[in-house]
Ligand binder design. Sequence first.
Ligand SMILES: [Zn+2]
Length: 257
Amino acid sequence: MSGRLSDLTWRELDARVAEGPPILFLPTGALEQHGPHLPLGTDAMLPALLAERVAAEIGGLVAPTLPYGYKSQPKSGGGNHMQGCASLDANTYILMVRDLICDFARHGLTRIVLFDGHMENQMFLTEAADLALRALKGEGIEEVRIVKLGYWVMIDEPLEETLFPEGLISWELEHAAVMETSVMLHLRPDLVRTDLIPDHPPAAFPPYDVYPFDPGSVCHSGALSSAAGATAEKGRAVVEGLVPALARQIAEAFPAP
Ligand SMILES: [Zn+2]
């Protein structure tokens, strides 16, 4: 049977929940520029594609991906002023995720993974989980467990060496750079503009943030560091390393029902 929540009928889902609630993945992304070479939906596509693979290993279900996220930040995503970024205010985002968690849990889907692909969402996912647990407790629904992670958290030292044989500059500057480009080259090569892969020095930022952000203060392609080292083989190594590692970690995080 399909691992996609939206492919099931309500009776099929009801039967799955009655057997003991499956782990439900909610991929969370963004619509955000990803350099001259990757599509705007990169941060939504990657967690969606990875969540399906991880869920398949542990008998989980995958909810439809949230394709919008919190605002792109200059130091981690280039900034929300860049073309194609359409984002949500934090309050909107938190309440949307909270509402979904609550409805999933009310219907017995009490084991939820917030499976993130966009760094800027992270603390707001934490807040959404906290508000959802508080609301559900008030309704007498207490058997809820939520795990939050970015899909990249299980990139270990060997994988890092595969990705960056000459050394990693910093994960903060990996936006639209070697890791995302490699994984897209492996999973969605049809969407990578290989002739436009940027090769330039890493973006330089002061150690503080300035509001309002001055877009003229930085000069970059939308990628925060070079993506020239990206290859489909590196992308395959990341996917083949991450999927079983994430499956193991997530299964361990949920005691059997
Ligand atoms: Zn990204």
